[in-house]
Each structure stands twice: as C-alpha cells, then as structure tokens.
Write a new protein. Structure first.
Ligand SMILES: NC(=O)C1=CN([C@@H]2O[C@H](COP(=O)(O)OP(=O)(O)OC[C@H]3O[C@@H](n4cnc5c(N)ncnc54)[C@H](OP(=O)(O)O)[C@@H]3O)[C@@H](O)[C@H]2O)C=CC1
Ligand SMILES: Cc1cn([C@H]2C[C@H](O)[C@@H](COP(=O)(O)OP(=O)(O)O[C@H]3O[C@@H](C)C(=O)[C@@H](O)[C@H]3O)O2)c(=O)[nH]c1=O
Length: 285
C-alpha cells in the first residue's frame, strides 16, 4: 500500500480527495484537519512526521480568503509560505514526496496567451504572493515535489463561487458579476482525480504542473452558465473590476496552459461546462 497524508484534509479539495479515495484500492489515506495538524507550527509538523510514515503528502492546507489576506498578511504568510516550507523540510528528512497545490493568482494576468509552467510569476495580491513564496520554499528545500497550479476551484464541498451564486440566486432578484477577469473554472473533484493519478503513475518527473478544466471564460460567463444550468430565476448583469471593488486585485487573464500534465498522465481534457453539470448534479442530489 502507498501511504498518503492529506494536510488541510477538511477543506474543499481535501473533501474531494476523500470522496474518491475508495476508488484507489492501493492507496492508504490519512486526512488531517487544521485542528489535527497545524502546518505553520514546525514543531508539530516535525513531530508528526517523526511518529508516522508516509510515501506522499498532499498539501491541501492553505489560507484561501483572497480579500481578507490583504488585511491578514502575516497569517496568510504563516500558512501559505511557512507552512509549505515546514512540510518541505519534513518531507525531505523523511523521504516523502510532496504534492502541493498552488494557484493561477501567482501570475499578474497581463499575458495574452495561457500561462505555461515556465512563464514568469508576478503576483499582484497578498494571497498570490504568499502562494508563490510557498512554491519557492518547496523548490529550494525538496527536490521530490509536484507543485500543481490550478484555478477557480469549485465543488459540492466547502465554499466556492458556484455555491455563492446558487445562494445569491435564492436571496436576490438581480446580480452583477465582473466580465473583465478571464480564467478557467476547475471542478475540484477533477483535480483530485489528477492528483491521485500522479501517485498511481509513480512518476518521478517532479516539478511544476498546471491543471484546470478546458476553456476560457469570465466570472460573468461562469455565473450565466451556473444560472442557466440550475434554471435560476435571477437577472444577471455585467460589471467590471473598477465598479465591483474588492480589497485584493485579481489577475485580468489567468488562463493556464495544461498541456504538460495532460501529456504526463495522458489525460482527456474536460470542458468546463461538462464539469459544472456534474457538480450541479452532485449538489442537487
Ligand atoms: N479555492 C480555489 O478557488 C482555489 C484554490 N487553490 C489552492 O488549492 C488548495 C486547496 O484549496 P481549497 O480546498 O479550495 O481551500 P479551502 O479553503 O477549502 O481549504 C483549505 C484548508 O486548509 C486548512 N488550513 C488553514 N490553515 C491551516 C493550517 N495552519 N494547518 C493546517 N490546515 C490549515 C483549512 O482549515 P480551517 O478551515 O480549519 O482553517 C481548510 O480546511 C489551496 O492550496 C489553494 O490555495 C488554487 C486555485 C483555486
Ligand atoms: C460574489 C461576487 C463576486 N464577484 C467577483 C469578485 C471576483 O472578482 C470574482 C470571483 O469571486 P470570488 O471572490 O468568489 O473568487 P476568488 O476568491 O477571487 O477566487 C479565487 O480564489 C483563490 C483561492 C484562487 O486561488 C483563485 O484561483 C480563484 O479561484 O467575482 C462579482 O463580480 N459579483 C459577485 O456577486
């Protein structure tokens, strides 16, 4: 059996991993929430790795409140950078491969084409910067790592844009959503499958990989399709980032080029609309 530790195991992606874990019979999982293991506490992390043996650690723990991070910089740093560094050290000492999740928000969003793994990062928010610093801490401390950058995660678990839109459609008669930020939504269960396929493949091609569903849309387009598929009774209007003010600045164009991971795992691309349909079916069950 391959032994796997999932940190941040009670979050959205952690719950997606848990929901598909039974499909992978040769993998043996331990899911830890923030109360079980605080990744920002190096003493706790070292002790836990000393007393338990794993082949892989999947780090789903993160500070993900993009706007709040602008006011809680130190907290975001402790989790996204120091937490990642602590795990990298512990994995190195104990010969564990680290699979770490990062974000499209490490880019500034000025590119016209989808970002490749080699493109220069230049985060424009505290969240993005702390996530990039987490990546750098892993790269410089642990050769045996996979860093998977993904974008616009949603699922039936936790809180996310899809669930927010569904809630707002019940509370409001009209809604404005920004139409000047382009990216690609990703069903977190599709990402969870990809992570477990990496482990299953026993690949040693360590490094950074991009993974998202397929397509390029704005948040407005996404909201429109969520309301269409869920037959929500709401008037949706386009707005822009200047009008819909938020504490953090988001990239204008953060589409990821995912060809590297598709060729590593011989994956079939999954269109974003198709995955949205799958997720809404799960939510309505
Ligand atoms: N959500 C998204 O749209 C995107 C997410 N990502 C990345 O994907 C990964 C998973 O995100 P997602 O599942 O959506 O995030 P969630 O916010 O749903 O989950 C993050 C989890 O991390 C836990 N956590 C926070 N601090 C600590 C800590 N100090 N020690 C241990 N656990 C901690 C949280 O626990 P608690 O609630 O108890 O604090 C929470 O359960 C993250 O790395 C994120 O940056 C990338 C692109 C898009
Ligand atoms: C709720 C709402 C949001 N918006 C805008 C705000 C923002 O620009 C955009 C997305 O909103 P959210 O705040 O839900 O999403 P946001 O927190 O920006 O999502 C990001 O989260 C982090 C963790 C990531 O790593 C990113 O990949 C990305 O998924 O939609 C509207 O225009 N109208 C609305 O009613």
């Amino acid at each position: 059996m391959t032994k796997i530790l999932v940190t941040g195991g009670k979050g959205q992606l952690g719950q997606c991993l848990q929901s598909i874990s039974n499909d992978f019979k040769t993998l043996d999982f331990v899911f830890l929430g923030s109360n079980d293991l605080d990744i920002s506490n190096n003493i706790e992390v070292e002790a836990y790795f000393k007393n338990n043996t794993f082949d892989y650690c999947i780090n789903c723990a993160a500070y993900t409140a993009v706007d709040k991070a602008e006011e809680e910089q130190e907290k975001a740093k402790q989790i996204n950078e120091i937490g990642a560094k602590n795990l990298a050290h512990a994995c190195f000492k104990n010969s564990v491969t680290l699979i770490h999740i990062s974000t499209d928000f490490v880019f500034d969003g000025t590119a016209k084409l989808p970002y490749t793994e080699e493109d220069r990062t230049n985060p424009i928010s505290v969240y993005g910067k702390t996530k990039r610093d987490g990546e750098l801490a892993i790269i410089s401390n642990l050769p045996e790592h996979f860093i998977i950058r993904t974008s616009w995660l949603y699922s039936e678990f936790g809180s996310n844009f899809v669930k927010t839109m569904l809630r707002l459609s019940e509370e409001k008669k009209e809604l404005s959503v920004v139409d000047d930020q382009t990216g690609c939504p990703t069903y977190a269960k599709d990402l969870a499958e990809v992570i477990l396929k990496i482990i299953d493949s026993q690949s040693k091609k360590f490094g950074i990989y991009h993974y998202s569903n397929q397509g390029q849309i704005t948040w407005y387009d996404f909201a429109k399709e969520i309301f269409k598929q869920s037959k929500a009774d709401i008037n949706l209007y386009k707005t822009d980032s200047k009008t819909f003010k938020t504490l953090a600045t988001r990239p204008k164009h953060s589409v990821l080029n995912t060809s590297k991971i598709h060729s590593l795992l011989k994956l079939e691309p999954i269109q974003w609309k198709k995955s949205l349909e799958t997720c809404l079916t799960q939510i309505n069950k």
